[in-house]
Design a binder for this molecule. Structure first.
Ligand code: F6R
Length: 611
């Protein structure tokens, strides 16, 4: 949610490079964009900002060695040029990802005029004020920093003052932030974080700071992770880290990430969404590439607990619902699945004997993260299944299992969801192994065969068949989806996919629930997607059909009740994984027929780091 990206280097291309890097982060927010660059003359910061998507922008920037930018998902203040980042207040230029919850209390202490309605401009104002105050306290002989007159700046001393001022500023912030800062007259870029991600890329003579790795993957895959309550100053190849609480200088380990630039590119595909759908040919096999020891270590957290919760949001929450069936069926364990935003009422049941499992692609989703932070304080055991190994959740967890899906750029989660399901399936088998009910290898074999079947089936002919069905469905004004067992959460997931990319109101129900109310909405010709062809589901489909519904069956075998049939291979206990893929393809083509960009649906952003 909001992408931020900075470069401090030695060539004059910082503006161009930030523009290119921000385009790779656009999936995090695309309401507006903005770039600040330090024109070679050090005292001059130039800001360029616009409403709209950065992907459409192609422009030259004046020569600069340091620049940063922001791609916005609006929270405070509408989508206007004034509210676009960067914000300049006094000597401070700043971009911010996160939410400053109590910003109004602080804003009212200023007499100066603010140019935007954002919470972020208040951070810039506080920082500017704090720099001036610290300079005055220290009887600073560097008038530039104190805001008075001209003079030379002692860069080392200035760095200390700004670190002090950042600490003083963030003490006032309730909420989450990742900030990038220029201070007039001072070399380098300052950054700090709490709750929102920031990763440094270490090039030869240049350093990058970004919300996500793809922004700088073109230049380096060597990274340093900034942790919560840490700040950093970077200048060209140099980086100085400090803990904002202890004020200790920190040494960071260089880590090589295994991602390649082309993984974060569309390649020959027109959109990331369809590329990522097709990547499921091999991501499922990668998701289960954990050895038994790792899986057993994760499952042991459950063994020693007397209560287990899975928390997640959106699509990941539907995966969690599938996992609830897996644990019930495979290891006979009851787990409680709660959308992270609904956890507060249940947190009274969390204690040192509770296992809390987080499922999240990004590993940064604010609602989930907050549940984990509160649970950790109560000494609960935390297990995280995430795609981003460096994510906040991965680092906070007692045990982390990577789903290994590679970068997911489309806002709609596809490959990450099926990988999460595969890993949850295997985890249930690990739990069953500990309980002496089954063996991990039984689950692994089912998933290997599922991965093989998906590999064989995902081909252009299959896509074309689904595309033809999308052609018939795209003008519809509503659509129903039903499923039972693990296909019930998949019906809910199918509804999310269709709604978010095609904007067709899609309503999903447990197959048996339909006749308890929603069936009243069925009219002649209403399209209903039916997941599964077991006897009971077919009987529900028949009830729909006799009220005039048009039935699209997504099932292992055809049935006379289906008006259209999308074949799904029989994948034993892992049917949910195989069944959701055709619906992802359907959602994609519905969006295309409706003339929409499936990668960037309106009002949405990847990685929801605000509550
Ligand atoms: C929908 C979608 C979202 C995410 C949700 C959680 O396609 O992608 O519903 O699943 O925002 O995100 P993560 O998995 O990053 O926690």
């Amino acid at each position: 949610m909001c992408g931020i990206f900075a470069i401090s280097g030695t060539d004059d291309q910082a503006g161009q490079k930030v523009l290119a890097g921000l385009k790779k982060l656009e999936y995090r927010g695309y309401d507006s964009w903005g770039i600040a660059l330090k024109y070679r003359e050090k005292n001059e910061v130039i800001i360029k900002k616009e409403v709209g998507k950065i992907s459409n922008i192609d422009q030259e920037f004046p020569p600069a060695q340091e620049a940063f930018g922001h791609s916005r998902w609006a929270t405070h203040g509408g989508v206007t040029k004034e509210n676009a980042h960067p914000h300049k207040f006094g000597k401070v230029t700043l971009v911010h990802n996160g939410i400053f919850e109590n910003y109004l209390e602080e804003k009212k202490l200023f007499t100066e005029k603010f140019l935007s309605e954002t919470d972020s401009e208040v951070i810039a104002a506080l920082l500017d004020k704090n720099i001036a105050e610290i300079c005055t306290q220290k009887q600073c002989i560097f008038p530039l920093l104190a805001g008075e007159g001209e003079g030379e700046v002692d860069q080392e001393f200035a760095k200390k003052i700004i670190f002090d001022a950042i600490v003083k500023t963030v003490e006032k912030i309730e909420g989450r932030f990742a900030i990038l800062v220029f201070v007039d007259g001072v070399d380098g870029i300052f950054a700090a974080r709490r709750g929102s991600p920031l990763i440094l890329g270490r090039g030869k003579n240049e350093t990058f700071i970004a919300s996500d790795i793809p922004a700088f993957l073109k230049y380096t895959n060597v990274v340093n992770y900034l942790d919560d309550d840490e700040m950093v100053w970077v200048h060209q190849g140099e980086a100085v880290y400090q803990n904002m609480k202890s004020r200790e200088i920190i040494q960071k380990r260089d880590i090589e990430v295994p991602w390649k630039e082309e993984q974060a590119e569309k390649g020959d595909f027109p959109h990331f969404m369809i590329k990522e759908i097709f990547e499921q040919k091999d991501t499922i096999a990668r998701a289960i590439n954990h050895d038994d020891e790792e899986l057993l270590k994760a499952a042991k957290l459950l063994e020693n607990c007397n209560g287990a919760y899975i928390v997640a949001c959106g699509t990941a929450h539907k995966v969690a619902m599938v996992a609830e069936y897996y644990f019930a069926r495979i290891s006979g364990r009851k787990v409680n699945v709660v959308p992270a935003s609904e956890m507060p009422d249940f947190e009274r049941f969390i204690n040192e004997k509770t296992a809390v499992i987080a499922i999240s692609q990004s590993g940064e989703t604010a609602d989930v993260m907050e549940v984990l932070e509160r649970s950790k304080k109560k000494s609960a055991k935390i297990l995280a299944l995430t795609n981003v190994e460096s994510s906040s959740m991965a680092r906070l967890a007692d045990v982390h299992l990577a789903i290994n899906a590679g970068p997911e750029k489309a806002v709609a989660s596809t490959k990450a969801a099926t990988s999460q399901m595969a890993l949850a399936f295997l985890l249930a088998y690990a739990d069953a192994e500990i309980r002496g009910i089954s063996k991990i290898n039984v689950g692994r074999e089912i998933l290997r065969s599922t991965a093989g079947i998906i590999n064989d089936n995902l081909n252009p002919r299959y896509e074309e068949h689904i595309r033809e069905i999308a052609r018939k469905l795209f003008p519809e004004e509503k659509l129903f989806i039903i499923g039972r067992g693990t296909l019930y959460p998949m019906a809910l997931e199918a509804a999310i996919k269709i709604q978010e990319v095609s904007y067709i109101p899609a309503l999903a129900f447990a197959a048996g629930e339909l006749k308890h109310g929603p069936i009243a909405l069925i009219e002649n010709g209403t399209p209903c997607i039916v997941l599964g062809s077991d006897l009971e589901t077919i009987s529900n489909a028949t009830e729909l059909k006799s009220r005039g519904a048009r039935i699209i069956g997504v099932a292992t075998k055809n049935d006379e009740v289906f008006d259209e049939w999308i074949r799904v291979a029989d994948c034993d206990g892992a049917q949910a994984i195989a069944s959701v893929i055709p619906v992802q393809i359907l959602a994609y083509h519905l969006a295309i027929f409706r003339g929409l960009d499936p990668d960037m649906p309106r009002n949405l952003a990847k990685s929801v780091t605000v509550k």
